[in-house]
Design a protein around this ligand. Structure first.
Ligand SMILES: *Cc1c(COP(=O)(O)O)cnc(C)c1O
Length: 358
Protein backbone atom coordinates (compact mmCIF):
# COMPACT_ATOMS: atom_id res chain seq x y z
CA UNK A 1 0.00 0.00 0.00
CA UNK A 2 1.19 3.53 -0.79
CA UNK A 3 1.57 6.13 1.96
CA UNK A 4 -1.35 8.23 0.67
CA UNK A 5 -3.65 5.20 0.48
CA UNK A 6 -2.96 4.47 4.13
CA UNK A 7 -3.65 8.11 4.95
CA UNK A 8 -7.10 7.72 3.35
CA UNK A 9 -7.87 4.78 5.68
CA UNK A 10 -6.74 6.85 8.64
CA UNK A 11 -8.86 9.85 7.67
CA UNK A 12 -12.00 7.72 8.07
CA UNK A 13 -11.38 7.22 11.81
CA UNK A 14 -12.71 9.82 14.29
CA UNK A 15 -10.27 12.53 15.36
CA UNK A 16 -10.57 15.93 17.05
CA UNK A 17 -7.60 18.00 15.89
CA UNK A 18 -5.87 19.69 18.82
CA UNK A 19 -2.09 19.58 18.30
CA UNK A 20 0.13 21.06 15.58
CA UNK A 21 0.84 18.46 12.88
CA UNK A 22 3.00 17.41 11.15
CA UNK A 23 5.47 17.73 14.01
CA UNK A 24 8.99 18.85 13.00
CA UNK A 25 11.60 16.37 11.77
CA UNK A 26 15.20 17.49 11.56
CA UNK A 27 18.77 16.30 11.36
CA UNK A 28 20.97 16.42 14.46
CA UNK A 29 24.12 17.75 12.78
CA UNK A 30 26.57 17.61 15.66
CA UNK A 31 25.43 14.27 17.01
CA UNK A 32 25.52 12.80 13.49
CA UNK A 33 29.12 13.93 13.09
CA UNK A 34 30.29 12.76 16.51
CA UNK A 35 28.60 9.34 16.24
CA UNK A 36 29.22 8.55 12.58
CA UNK A 37 25.57 8.03 11.65
CA UNK A 38 22.85 10.13 10.05
CA UNK A 39 20.70 11.01 13.06
CA UNK A 40 17.28 12.64 12.81
CA UNK A 41 14.70 13.53 15.40
CA UNK A 42 10.92 13.46 15.14
CA UNK A 43 9.53 16.03 17.54
CA UNK A 44 6.37 14.73 19.17
CA UNK A 45 7.48 16.78 22.17
CA UNK A 46 6.48 19.83 20.11
CA UNK A 47 2.99 18.55 19.23
CA UNK A 48 1.32 21.34 21.21
CA UNK A 49 -0.96 23.02 22.03
CA UNK A 50 1.34 24.01 24.91
CA UNK A 51 5.12 24.18 24.61
CA UNK A 52 5.43 21.03 26.74
CA UNK A 53 3.76 18.21 24.87
CA UNK A 54 4.36 14.67 23.72
CA UNK A 55 3.29 11.49 21.98
CA UNK A 56 0.02 11.14 23.90
CA UNK A 57 -1.49 14.17 22.15
CA UNK A 58 -2.16 12.24 18.93
CA UNK A 59 -3.62 9.38 20.94
CA UNK A 60 -5.85 11.79 22.86
CA UNK A 61 -7.03 13.38 19.58
CA UNK A 62 -8.40 10.06 18.34
CA UNK A 63 -9.91 8.89 21.64
CA UNK A 64 -11.56 12.30 22.07
CA UNK A 65 -12.79 12.22 18.46
CA UNK A 66 -14.62 8.98 19.25
CA UNK A 67 -15.73 10.26 22.69
CA UNK A 68 -17.35 13.36 21.16
CA UNK A 69 -19.29 11.15 18.73
CA UNK A 70 -20.45 9.07 21.71
CA UNK A 71 -21.62 12.12 23.66
CA UNK A 72 -18.98 11.78 26.39
CA UNK A 73 -18.62 14.91 28.56
CA UNK A 74 -16.05 13.70 31.12
CA UNK A 75 -12.81 11.74 30.74
CA UNK A 76 -11.18 10.06 33.74
CA UNK A 77 -7.62 8.83 33.30
CA UNK A 78 -4.83 7.68 35.58
CA UNK A 79 -1.07 7.69 35.84
CA UNK A 80 1.91 8.25 38.07
CA UNK A 81 1.99 11.69 39.77
CA UNK A 82 4.46 12.81 37.11
CA UNK A 83 2.42 11.44 34.22
CA UNK A 84 2.98 13.04 30.82
CA UNK A 85 -0.02 11.22 29.46
CA UNK A 86 -2.38 12.58 32.12
CA UNK A 87 -1.25 16.15 31.46
CA UNK A 88 -1.71 15.81 27.70
CA UNK A 89 -5.12 14.12 28.04
CA UNK A 90 -6.22 16.88 30.44
CA UNK A 91 -5.10 19.53 27.94
CA UNK A 92 -6.78 17.83 24.98
CA UNK A 93 -10.01 17.25 26.88
CA UNK A 94 -10.24 20.89 27.98
CA UNK A 95 -9.66 22.12 24.42
CA UNK A 96 -12.42 19.79 23.18
CA UNK A 97 -14.88 20.96 25.87
CA UNK A 98 -14.69 17.73 27.87
CA UNK A 99 -14.03 17.74 31.65
CA UNK A 100 -10.81 15.90 32.54
CA UNK A 101 -10.33 14.09 35.86
CA UNK A 102 -6.99 12.61 36.94
CA UNK A 103 -6.26 9.80 39.40
CA UNK A 104 -2.56 9.98 40.19
CA UNK A 105 -0.47 7.51 42.14
CA UNK A 106 2.65 8.23 44.11
CA UNK A 107 5.05 6.07 46.07
CA UNK A 108 5.89 8.29 49.05
CA UNK A 109 8.75 6.01 50.14
CA UNK A 110 10.46 6.49 46.80
CA UNK A 111 9.46 10.06 45.91
CA UNK A 112 8.66 11.58 49.32
CA UNK A 113 5.50 13.39 50.39
CA UNK A 114 3.99 15.78 47.89
CA UNK A 115 4.97 19.24 49.10
CA UNK A 116 4.70 21.49 46.05
CA UNK A 117 3.43 21.63 42.48
CA UNK A 118 6.17 20.93 39.97
CA UNK A 119 6.51 19.46 36.49
CA UNK A 120 3.33 18.12 34.90
CA UNK A 121 1.49 18.45 38.21
CA UNK A 122 2.06 22.21 38.12
CA UNK A 123 0.58 22.31 34.61
CA UNK A 124 -2.41 20.20 35.73
CA UNK A 125 -2.95 22.64 38.59
CA UNK A 126 -2.72 25.65 36.25
CA UNK A 127 -5.46 24.08 34.12
CA UNK A 128 -7.50 23.55 37.31
CA UNK A 129 -7.94 19.84 36.67
CA UNK A 130 -9.88 17.79 39.25
CA UNK A 131 -7.11 15.56 40.63
CA UNK A 132 -7.27 12.66 43.08
CA UNK A 133 -4.12 11.35 44.74
CA UNK A 134 -3.60 7.74 45.76
CA UNK A 135 -0.54 6.17 47.23
CA UNK A 136 0.89 3.05 45.57
CA UNK A 137 3.95 1.31 46.93
CA UNK A 138 6.64 -0.35 44.79
CA UNK A 139 6.80 2.11 41.98
CA UNK A 140 5.04 5.16 40.65
CA UNK A 141 3.92 2.84 37.86
CA UNK A 142 1.60 0.50 39.72
CA UNK A 143 2.27 -3.16 39.11
CA UNK A 144 0.58 -5.04 41.94
CA UNK A 145 -2.90 -6.32 41.05
CA UNK A 146 -4.46 -5.14 44.36
CA UNK A 147 -3.09 -1.60 43.84
CA UNK A 148 -4.43 -1.62 40.29
CA UNK A 149 -7.83 -2.69 41.56
CA UNK A 150 -7.84 0.04 44.22
CA UNK A 151 -7.22 2.72 41.58
CA UNK A 152 -9.82 1.20 39.26
CA UNK A 153 -12.37 1.08 42.10
CA UNK A 154 -11.72 4.73 42.93
CA UNK A 155 -12.16 5.78 39.28
CA UNK A 156 -15.32 3.70 38.94
CA UNK A 157 -16.77 5.21 42.14
CA UNK A 158 -16.22 8.75 40.77
CA UNK A 159 -17.70 7.68 37.43
CA UNK A 160 -20.83 6.31 39.15
CA UNK A 161 -21.25 9.57 41.10
CA UNK A 162 -21.06 11.63 37.92
CA UNK A 163 -23.37 9.30 36.01
CA UNK A 164 -25.95 9.66 38.78
CA UNK A 165 -25.84 13.40 37.95
CA UNK A 166 -26.52 12.62 34.29
CA UNK A 167 -22.94 12.93 33.01
CA UNK A 168 -21.45 10.63 30.37
CA UNK A 169 -18.04 9.41 31.50
CA UNK A 170 -15.21 7.60 29.69
CA UNK A 171 -12.36 5.95 31.59
CA UNK A 172 -9.07 5.92 29.65
CA UNK A 173 -6.41 3.48 30.94
CA UNK A 174 -2.85 4.51 31.89
CA UNK A 175 -0.92 6.06 29.03
CA UNK A 176 -4.03 6.41 26.88
CA UNK A 177 -4.02 2.71 26.05
CA UNK A 178 -7.59 2.72 24.74
CA UNK A 179 -8.43 0.94 21.44
CA UNK A 180 -9.78 4.14 19.84
CA UNK A 181 -6.24 5.58 19.99
CA UNK A 182 -4.07 2.69 18.81
CA UNK A 183 -4.01 3.88 15.19
CA UNK A 184 -2.86 7.41 16.13
CA UNK A 185 0.82 6.83 15.44
CA UNK A 186 0.19 5.45 11.97
CA UNK A 187 0.23 9.14 11.09
CA UNK A 188 3.57 9.69 12.89
CA UNK A 189 5.10 7.01 10.68
CA UNK A 190 3.64 8.48 7.48
CA UNK A 191 4.87 11.96 8.40
CA UNK A 192 8.32 10.67 9.29
CA UNK A 193 8.85 8.63 6.13
CA UNK A 194 7.68 11.58 4.01
CA UNK A 195 9.86 14.06 5.89
CA UNK A 196 12.89 11.75 5.62
CA UNK A 197 12.33 11.45 1.85
CA UNK A 198 12.19 15.23 1.56
CA UNK A 199 15.57 15.26 3.31
CA UNK A 200 16.81 12.74 0.72
CA UNK A 201 17.02 9.63 2.92
CA UNK A 202 15.21 6.36 3.59
CA UNK A 203 15.27 5.46 7.28
CA UNK A 204 17.06 2.29 8.40
CA UNK A 205 15.99 2.48 12.06
CA UNK A 206 13.38 4.17 14.19
CA UNK A 207 14.32 4.32 17.88
CA UNK A 208 11.87 5.25 20.61
CA UNK A 209 11.13 4.80 24.31
CA UNK A 210 8.39 2.27 24.98
CA UNK A 211 6.17 2.07 28.07
CA UNK A 212 2.42 1.64 27.91
CA UNK A 213 2.59 0.61 24.26
CA UNK A 214 0.66 3.36 22.49
CA UNK A 215 3.25 4.66 19.99
CA UNK A 216 4.69 1.42 18.62
CA UNK A 217 1.50 -0.35 17.41
CA UNK A 218 0.52 2.46 15.03
CA UNK A 219 4.02 2.97 13.66
CA UNK A 220 4.52 -0.77 13.24
CA UNK A 221 1.13 -1.29 11.56
CA UNK A 222 2.06 1.49 9.11
CA UNK A 223 5.42 -0.12 8.36
CA UNK A 224 3.80 -3.50 7.71
CA UNK A 225 1.00 -2.03 5.58
CA UNK A 226 3.37 0.02 3.43
CA UNK A 227 6.16 -2.59 3.28
CA UNK A 228 8.81 -0.08 4.33
CA UNK A 229 12.10 -1.82 5.29
CA UNK A 230 12.81 0.37 8.38
CA UNK A 231 13.47 -1.53 11.63
CA UNK A 232 12.03 -0.52 15.01
CA UNK A 233 14.18 -0.54 18.12
CA UNK A 234 12.25 0.03 21.34
CA UNK A 235 13.98 0.92 24.60
CA UNK A 236 11.70 0.12 27.54
CA UNK A 237 11.16 1.96 30.82
CA UNK A 238 9.38 -1.02 32.38
CA UNK A 239 10.39 -4.63 32.00
CA UNK A 240 8.57 -6.19 29.02
CA UNK A 241 8.00 -9.88 29.82
CA UNK A 242 5.34 -12.51 29.09
CA UNK A 243 3.18 -12.25 32.25
CA UNK A 244 3.56 -8.46 32.72
CA UNK A 245 0.78 -5.92 32.04
CA UNK A 246 2.63 -4.87 28.89
CA UNK A 247 4.66 -7.09 26.56
CA UNK A 248 5.37 -7.84 22.90
CA UNK A 249 2.26 -10.02 22.48
CA UNK A 250 0.02 -7.15 23.62
CA UNK A 251 1.73 -4.80 21.14
CA UNK A 252 1.17 -7.39 18.37
CA UNK A 253 -2.53 -7.69 19.27
CA UNK A 254 -2.85 -3.88 19.05
CA UNK A 255 -1.26 -3.97 15.59
CA UNK A 256 -3.87 -6.55 14.60
CA UNK A 257 -6.59 -4.31 16.05
CA UNK A 258 -5.40 -1.46 13.78
CA UNK A 259 -5.56 -3.71 10.70
CA UNK A 260 -9.12 -4.67 11.65
CA UNK A 261 -10.12 -1.03 12.20
CA UNK A 262 -9.13 -0.45 8.53
CA UNK A 263 -11.15 -3.58 7.55
CA UNK A 264 -7.91 -5.31 6.49
CA UNK A 265 -7.24 -8.94 7.42
CA UNK A 266 -4.56 -8.79 10.15
CA UNK A 267 -1.16 -10.45 9.74
CA UNK A 268 -0.51 -13.48 11.97
CA UNK A 269 0.96 -12.70 15.41
CA UNK A 270 4.31 -14.29 14.49
CA UNK A 271 4.87 -11.99 11.51
CA UNK A 272 4.32 -8.98 13.78
CA UNK A 273 6.44 -10.28 16.69
CA UNK A 274 9.39 -10.66 14.30
CA UNK A 275 9.43 -6.86 13.91
CA UNK A 276 9.41 -6.04 17.62
CA UNK A 277 12.73 -5.69 19.43
CA UNK A 278 12.48 -4.39 22.98
CA UNK A 279 15.65 -3.68 24.96
CA UNK A 280 14.98 -3.88 28.72
CA UNK A 281 18.54 -2.96 29.77
CA UNK A 282 18.06 0.80 30.20
CA UNK A 283 15.38 0.94 32.92
CA UNK A 284 17.98 1.64 35.61
CA UNK A 285 16.98 1.18 39.26
CA UNK A 286 13.31 1.83 38.72
CA UNK A 287 10.64 3.71 36.81
CA UNK A 288 11.03 7.48 37.29
CA UNK A 289 14.50 7.11 38.84
CA UNK A 290 17.05 8.69 36.48
CA UNK A 291 19.88 6.32 35.54
CA UNK A 292 23.47 7.47 35.10
CA UNK A 293 23.37 6.60 31.36
CA UNK A 294 20.15 8.56 30.89
CA UNK A 295 21.56 11.62 32.67
CA UNK A 296 24.66 11.43 30.47
CA UNK A 297 22.49 11.10 27.34
CA UNK A 298 20.29 14.07 28.35
CA UNK A 299 23.38 16.23 28.89
CA UNK A 300 25.09 15.14 25.69
CA UNK A 301 22.07 16.00 23.54
CA UNK A 302 21.51 19.32 25.34
CA UNK A 303 25.17 20.30 24.94
CA UNK A 304 25.45 19.30 21.28
CA UNK A 305 22.02 20.20 19.93
CA UNK A 306 20.09 22.28 22.49
CA UNK A 307 17.33 19.66 22.52
CA UNK A 308 15.93 18.65 25.91
CA UNK A 309 14.95 15.07 26.75
CA UNK A 310 13.29 13.97 30.00
CA UNK A 311 14.56 11.78 32.84
CA UNK A 312 11.61 9.36 33.08
CA UNK A 313 11.29 8.23 29.46
CA UNK A 314 13.21 9.86 26.65
CA UNK A 315 16.60 10.11 28.40
CA UNK A 316 16.55 6.34 28.91
CA UNK A 317 15.48 5.71 25.31
CA UNK A 318 18.20 7.95 23.94
CA UNK A 319 20.78 6.30 26.23
CA UNK A 320 19.78 2.98 24.64
CA UNK A 321 20.28 4.39 21.14
CA UNK A 322 23.75 5.76 22.04
CA UNK A 323 24.80 2.37 23.43
CA UNK A 324 23.54 0.61 20.31
CA UNK A 325 25.65 2.96 18.19
CA UNK A 326 28.75 2.46 20.37
CA UNK A 327 28.40 -1.32 20.37
CA UNK A 328 27.92 -1.48 16.59
CA UNK A 329 24.29 -2.70 16.70
CA UNK A 330 23.66 0.32 14.47
CA UNK A 331 26.12 0.24 11.57
CA UNK A 332 28.12 3.43 10.80
CA UNK A 333 26.41 5.61 8.22
CA UNK A 334 22.90 4.30 9.05
CA UNK A 335 19.91 6.61 8.72
CA UNK A 336 18.33 6.69 12.17
CA UNK A 337 15.36 8.62 13.54
CA UNK A 338 14.73 9.02 17.27
CA UNK A 339 11.12 9.66 18.20
CA UNK A 340 11.15 12.37 20.87
CA UNK A 341 7.99 11.44 22.74
CA UNK A 342 8.20 14.34 25.23
CA UNK A 343 8.89 14.14 29.00
CA UNK A 344 10.52 17.59 29.17
CA UNK A 345 8.31 18.76 32.08
CA UNK A 346 9.85 16.01 34.17
CA UNK A 347 13.20 17.82 34.06
CA UNK A 348 11.45 20.18 36.49
CA UNK A 349 10.09 17.34 38.61
CA UNK A 350 12.70 14.62 39.02
CA UNK A 351 15.65 16.04 40.89
CA UNK A 352 19.21 14.97 40.33
CA UNK A 353 19.62 15.29 36.57
CA UNK A 354 22.32 17.94 36.88
CA UNK A 355 23.05 17.49 40.59
CA UNK A 356 22.82 20.19 43.28
CA UNK A 357 23.56 23.90 42.80
CA UNK A 358 27.26 24.70 42.79
C1 LIG B 1 4.08 7.52 27.47
C2 LIG B 1 5.42 7.88 27.07
C3 LIG B 1 6.30 6.97 26.41
C4 LIG B 1 6.03 5.55 26.13
O1 LIG B 1 4.75 5.26 25.95
P1 LIG B 1 4.13 4.31 24.89
O2 LIG B 1 2.72 4.30 25.34
O3 LIG B 1 4.81 2.99 25.01
O4 LIG B 1 4.31 4.93 23.56
C5 LIG B 1 7.53 7.40 26.01
N1 LIG B 1 7.92 8.66 26.24
C6 LIG B 1 7.12 9.54 26.86
C7 LIG B 1 7.65 10.91 27.07
C8 LIG B 1 5.87 9.19 27.29
O5 LIG B 1 5.10 10.11 27.91
Amino acid sequence: MQLNELEDFLDKLPRRKIGFYPTPFHRLQNMSRSHGINLFMKREDMAGPGALSGSKMRVAEMIIGQALQDGVDTIITQGAHLTNSGMQFATAALVAGITPILFLTRDEKQHGELTEYRGNLLLDKLMDVETHYLSAPGSAYINRPDDKQRVLDAMNARKAELEAQGRKVLIVPTGGAHPAGFAAHVRTFLEMVGQARSAGVELDYIYHTTGTGTALPGMLAAKLLTGHPVKFRSISISNYQPDFWINEAIIAERVRHIFRSFSIEPLPEKAILREIEVDNRFIGDNYAVPSSESMAAIKELARQEGVFLGPVYTGKGFAGLLEHIRSGKVAPGSNVAFLHTGDTANLFEVSGVVGGFE
